[in-house]
Design a binder for this molecule. Structure first.
Ligand code: ADP
Ligand code: MG
Length: 485
């Protein structure tokens, strides 16, 4: 039997407001536990929530960015449950009337196609605090940190439109790109600024009814999300093929240990007893506010991608990567304007620079190689002053703070030899020094000769201390060898 995977995502996005959604306490990350929780966040009797206008505006901006319906009158409700990190005994959220209605997001796939994923809605809510556990029982200690309690979130709920882990990851990345591009979220996944719940089911290929789903909660990296989906799909298929049935449950996946386990089944699910929050008025968003927010939206990733394709003649693949991250976009445009070679700039950014930054946990904002320095390097590669191999060496030196490409090429004496007279001399010397290799080449049949060129190239590059222009050497070498045939 062939199986089809069906995936729907629920995504919590922390909004980048300075203060909490219902109080004036700071939302900044990493403070001393409980130093940023005020009386409202602690649910002291007699305190009342005051809605943060900026949080509403950010939610509306998201709605506008995905062309969604904006509900001009939305309502906060209380979702009642007990948990140590929830002092109020309920979470203030939206259910029946969320601020953002139906919309859609287009994802780009590796095979070059694109696909629209429908958004069911997005609602505003507050985050809970965090329970922390130190040491093992019986002598370990558990604590509650309420700094995060009351941080504004939007929860984005997709339709079950994704059919593979690849599509789900592309969708998650697209949302990351949108919320960081419009500046409503800092996108710091490792700090929990975006958290993904993945709903997964399988069904026989061709079937039009949905299978029973499980929900794996709180994934905070694209890699873990992909792993969690792939494992869950495999688990469900094995289970069904062995005669079992999937039960609707909430699961957890530990990315470090690669272990997935059941957290609770549907029978144990809470009855949240939602009701409209009597402390908060309905949220009214006027036409003027919507117009104003629409005008304030910066360029969106899709528009930027199209512009990169046309303005810089980039491939869709390159343009998609560069346009998806706003800091990368700024770096690219600034560097390409200086180097006058967008394609090569894109290659270096997507390849060497990204790899290096990721490796050392850095970003395009605090990159040791500036946009200007990369442009300097790209210009020297483009005009053949240095080979690709030398360029890597120069890149390393720029990274280490040794100066601009030109300065490094000068002090290290890395200039590529492109003078054809000098190159011809080196080639002739190498051929004369290796008569056995030459004879072997001449006596080989045509198919094998091509492979033998590498040996000569190696010798020539060595003789020139890596400075010979490889394309030119190749041409001269072929010419000289052909004369011997
Ligand atoms: P609930 O009302 O239980 O919260 P929803 O219908 O709101 O369920 O769906 C929650 C999420 O699960 C949505 O992202 C939705 O796309 C997804 N989903 C629903 N049914 C399935 C299914 N059978 N397989 C995969 N995902 C699903
Ligand atoms: Mg739901």
């Amino acid at each position: 039997m062939n199986w089809e995977t069906v995936i729907g995502l629920e995504i919590h996005v922390q909004l980048a407001t300075k203060t909490k959604i219902f109080s004036g306490a700071s939302t900044s990350f990493g403070a001393e536990p409980n130093s940023q929780a005020c009386a409202v966040d602690l649910a002291m009797p007699g305190t009342l929530p005051v809605l943060n206008k900026q949080a509403v505006h950010y939610a509306v901006m998201f709605g506008l960015a995905i062309d969604a319906e904006i509900e001009q009158e939305s309502v906060f409700e209380r979702k009642n449950y007990f948990y140590p990190d929830l002092p109020k005994g309920y979470q203030t959220t939206q259910l029946e009337k969320p601020v953002v209605g139906r919309g859609s997001v287009v994802i780009q796939l590796e095979d070059g196609t694109s696909k629209a994923i429908r958004i069911h809605h997005a609602h505003l809510e507050e985050d809970a605090g965090k329970s922390t556990h130190e040491g093992d029982l019986p002598h370990g200690v558990s604590g509650v940190d309420l700094n995060r309690a009351g941080t504004p979130l939007i929860e984005i709920v997709s339709e079950p439109d994704m059919r593979s882990a690849e599509e789900a990851v592309a969708f998650a990345k697209k949302l990351h790109s949108i919320v960081t591009s419009i500046g409503i979220c800092d996108g710091e996944m490792s700090q929990g600024s975006m958290r993904f719940d993945v709903n997964v089911s399988v069904r026989p290929t061709g079937s039009s009814t949905l299978g029973t789903r499980t929900e794996t909660k709180n994934l905070n990296s694209f890699k873990f999300m992909e792993e969690a989906i792939e494992r869950e799909v495999e688990r469900q298929i094995d289970l069904i093929e062995d005669g079992g049935t999937v039960i609707q449950e909430t699961r957890l996946y530990n990315g470090d240990t690669k272990v997935a386990k059941s957290m609770r089944s549907k029978e144990e699910a809470n009855d949240y007893r939602y009701f409209p929050c009597p402390d908060l008025l309905p949220v009214i968003v006027t036409d003027e506010t919507i117009d104003e927010l629409r005008r304030s939206l910066p360029e969106l990733p899709d528009a930027r991608m199209e512009r990169f394709i046309h303005e810089y003649s980039l491939s869709t693949y390159d343009a998609n990567i560069l346009a998806s991250d706003p800091t990368m976009s700024v770096f690219f445009e600034s560097s390409a304007a200086r180097s006058n070679n967008p394609k090569l700039t894109a290659n270096w950014m997507i390849g060497e620079l990204t790899a290096r930054l990721n490796n050392e946990n850095l970003t395009f904002i605090n990159s040791p190689v500036s946009a200007e320095q990369l442009a300097g390097l790209v210009a020297r590669v483009a005009d053949n002053s240095i080979s690709n191999k030398m360029a890597k060496q120069v890149f390393d030196a720029i990274w280490q703070g040794e100066g601009s490409a030109d300065e490094i090429i000068e002090t290290k004496g890395l200039k590529q030899v492109s003078d054809s007279g000098a190159l011809e001399e080196i080639v002739t010397d190498v051929l004369e020094a290796n008569p056995a290799m030459v004879e072997d080449f001449v006596n080989s049949d045509e198919g094998k000769r091509k492979k033998k060129l590498g040996g000569f190239m190696g010798q020539i590059m060595k003789a020139s201390k890596g400075q010979a222009n490889p394309q030119q050497v190749n041409k001269i070498l072929l010419q000289k060898l052909n004369e011997l045939l």
